[in-house]
Design a binder for this molecule. Structure first.
Ligand code: GAP
Length: 476
């Protein structure tokens, strides 16, 4: 079901009115994703593997477009930010120095009768607990918490480290232990000096990276919202310590706006600052950009002031000098970091949910995805009105081939034109080009807009430029 957003007075205030989700039931999106080839359960023929999802033919296009849009805004269009692609496996000392071995954990409780395990802060009755409460070893007894499945008694909470471990090389011993990275950020910190020296950047400057991260989440779920294997889009902005709050205040609204620019309903976004006892071990300050998912307001992206936590600890642990020398002021210091940390999967999921539309058209339900054209898997579909006429099919193929030199274009003739339009609407294709019998006479084709359903006739020689112009005009 689609719900029009209710305007809120201050959309960033947690007290603002709830606009409601764009889709009441998450199953609507899960089934569309499976049916149309966006997202499939991983290893499904073996019964699946919990919290891993595979992107199908349309999903991989959508997610690639999301990553490309992020890279465009964070690297391509900025003088002071450069990219990096570091390894997933890193020296294990990295994770000791970063604090992840010691502190990257969630509180876990176990049912004494059926041995099911739960994240303490996700048990019914813990919604209003502070982090201080969650660290209290007596919290289960104090609140009388029981197993939500069989009502059995629960153990006291213990910390469960979320990092996946594996072994490097042919011997499985402690000395060969390595971790799958739980965040991409550390690859940036350990390359800070290499990147700065090779790119000759002066502070403030940023390093951006997109890549896989892995977390052995205790309770993953809500489709691709919380997975055990996922992708992050992170940028670390290195600044003079006394300017960190100023850059934090610049990056936060800029990151919120990025989602709006690519079509997310502004009223379904809000900002939420972490309470002091909720901050991650590395953060001096953290504000989440939250989205109103069908299962509530949840984190979409985090903006963090990490101070000199990471570079300072890596300098100490490695014995390397990671200071920055300012040639103008002749000061030497460990830069502070303002981090913007987004999930590629969570972002793609959000764009998908927020774009979902259902409306009644001539007594039938029309489903469409109002995806921003930059994000849509296919930009244009070329469709024949009559597939029995070889001249029509041939012309369609020619137009499609012409367009796909620049953009993802597809030809389809496997149904009637009405059905073909509905199929393209449902996967978010912004434009359809139709070749009909009249085309053979007047050399004009119909270009149909997904959102307005308006149709215009365009000369066949101009259709490529016409469609590419429409796409270029909408580009963020
Ligand atoms: N480097 C900082 C960091 O990793 P985080 O808040 O733990 O911060 C950042 O993660 C973003 O990564 C989240 O806002 C979310 O979009 C994404 N993310 C984190 N855990 C995830 C998971 N289990 N599944 C999918 N996305 C996840």
């Amino acid at each position: 079901m689609t719900h029009p957003p209710t305007p809120a007075t201050d959309p960033d205030s947690p007290r603002a009115g709830d606009p409601g989700p764009s889709v009441a039931n998450l199953d609507t999106i899960v089934s569309l994703s499976k049916r149309r080839g966006f997202i499939f359960p991983s290893s499904e023929i073996y019964g699946g593997i919990n919290a891993v999802w595979d992107y199908g033919p349309l999903g991989v296009e959508l997610k690639n477009n999301v990553k490309r849009a992020w890279w465009r805004s964070m690297v391509q269009t900025r003088d002071e930010i450069v990219g990096l692609d570091a390894g997933i496996l890193m020296a294990p000392q990295v994770w000791v120095a970063s604090g992840h071995v010691g502190s990257f954990s969630d509180p876990l409780v176990e049912c004494q009768t059926d041995h099911r395990r739960f994240r303490l802060d996700e048990l019914p009755g813990t919604e209003d607990l502070t982090q201080t409460d969650l660290q209290d070893p007596d919290v289960v007894k104090r609140l009388g918490l029981v197993c939500p499945v069989d009502g059995g008694p629960l153990s006291a909470p213990r910390r469960f480290n979320l990092m996946f471990k594996t072994y490097m090389g042919p011997v499985e011993e402690d000395a060969a232990l390595v971790y799958l990275r739980p965040e991409t950020a550390q690859g940036i910190y350990v390359n800070f000096r290499n990147v700065r020296e090779s790119s000759r950047k002066r502070i403030p400057f940023g390093i951006a990276q997109v890549g896989k991260a892995f977390r052995n989440e205790i309770s993953p779920g809500n489709f691709v919202f919380r997975m055990r294997e996922f992708e992050q889009m992170e940028m670390q902005y290195f600044v003079r310590p006394d300017t960190a709050s100023q850059y934090f205040d610049e990056w936060l609204p800029r990151r919120r706006q990025w989602y709006v620019d690519y079509g997310v309903t502004s009223e379904r976004l809000r900002l939420r600052e972490h309470a002091p006892d909720e901050l991650a071990h590395y953060a001096k300050k953290a504000v989440d950009v939250e989205y109103r998912f069908p299962f509530g307001w949840k984190e979409l992206e985090g903006v963090h002031n990490r101070g000199d936590w990471d570079l300072g600890n890596h300098a100490k642990a490695s014995g390397e000098n990671l200071e920055y020398f300012d040639p103008v002021t002749e000061e030497r210091y460990i830069p502070w970091v303002v981090e913007t940390s987004a999930g590629a999967d969570r972002a793609a999921f959000t764009f998908l949910i927020d774009a979902y539309r259902e409306e009644e058209v001539r007594g039938e339900t029309r489903v469409s995805l109002a995806l921003h054209p930059d994000l849509a898997p296919y930009k244009v579909a070329v469709l024949p009105l009559l597939k029995k006429r070889p001249e029509i099919v041939e012309l369609c193929q020619r137009i499609k081939d012409d367009l796909r030199r620049d953009v993802m274009a597809v030809y389809d003739d496997t149904a009637s034109i009405g059905k073909l339009y509905r199929r393209q609407d449902e996967i978010g294709t912004p434009y359809c080009v139709t070749v009909d019998v009249d085309t053979l006479e007047d050399q004009a084709v119909t270009v149909r807009d997904r959102d307005t359903m308006e149709q215009v006739r365009v000369h066949v020689d101009q259709v490529r430029t016409f469609v590419l112009d429409l796409l270029a005009r909408n580009r963020v």
